[in-house]
Write a protein that binds this ligand. Sequence first.
Ligand code: NAX
Length: 325
Amino acid sequence: TQAPVNVTVTGAAGQIGYALLFRIASGQLLGQDVPVKLRLLEIPQAVKAAEGTAMELDDGAFPLLAGIDIFDDPKQAFEGTNIALLVGARPRSKGMERGDLLEANGGIFKPQGEAINAGAADDIKVLVVGNPANTNALIARSHAPDVPADRFTAMTRLDHNRALAQLSKKLGVPVTEIKKLAIWGNHSATQYPSVQHAEVAGKGVEVDQAWLENDFIPTVAKRGAAIIEARGLSSAASAASAAIDHVYTWVNGTAEGDWTSAGVVSDGSYGVAEGLISSFPVTAKNGKYEIVQGLEIDDFSRARIDASVAELVEERDTVQKLGLI
Ligand code: NAX
């Protein structure tokens, strides 16, 4: 049998962590034939709660779960790790400016990037979930110069899945029949969920522009706020599910004739400044995410992509000024 894959999860005692860890332990992250060892990272105050979650993981008697270790030191947590899910982040508190938020998160993602650089396994794959996810990924990546840039990704798969669900309801077709949806730009309210290239049964999708602009796009982009409004808590199980999807696809590939969405390091494609971590339509093959090339971008899409990418540029400039990258 295969040696266990080491999976580090930060923010393990949080609400996404609680949903995510059981899915990983059950084999849904990497496949039903791959044993996993969990390495949980928390801040010291939350280590006890993480131990509680670990007790419940034990109690699941998961056949594929080969061990659980808990750390409050990133250096140890990322030692030898193959997959890193960076979920723990500093949420925006009342009165906090955007710059303060980026700075607080710099304090988390800089040392984590350094620890990944110093100790992670050669095949390390990093998914940043903690917000602001794209820029947190940029910070971590810039402190891991020895790790290939394409190993750092940010999660927009939840946005992608939300878009699939909305379009599925609108068209009355199962989500499995919808191909080539894409999320572009930042994982924020400026994101652009695009149906420009979407297909059902090999044909382009016809929806009216008013529905796109007034319903679909804002519903997808503001779904996080709508969940908080309804549930009193932010999305957790759906976020965990998307993280599972993101890594599973990364490792196992996308289907022929389809793609998905992920925040990946831009190579300058589609006018997105090189080095930004932006969401694109991506395919996965042989353990690599690649930006889908050669798509025609209509004027409406162009303006939406540019607006979201401008926000990413602003975030990058802010963390640059703060000396975080
Ligand atoms: P919680 O507040 O429930 O949990 C976060 C956990 O992270 C806490 O247990 C905290 O102690 C821990 N933590 C804080 N700093 C840490 C550090 N330096 N090292 C290790 N652990 C640390 O938040 P939760 O609801 O689980 O959400 C986690 C993050 O995901 C948030 O930043 C949230 O904004 C983000 N999200 C991202 C989404 C995406 O699509 N990219 C969607 C869902 C979610 O909003």
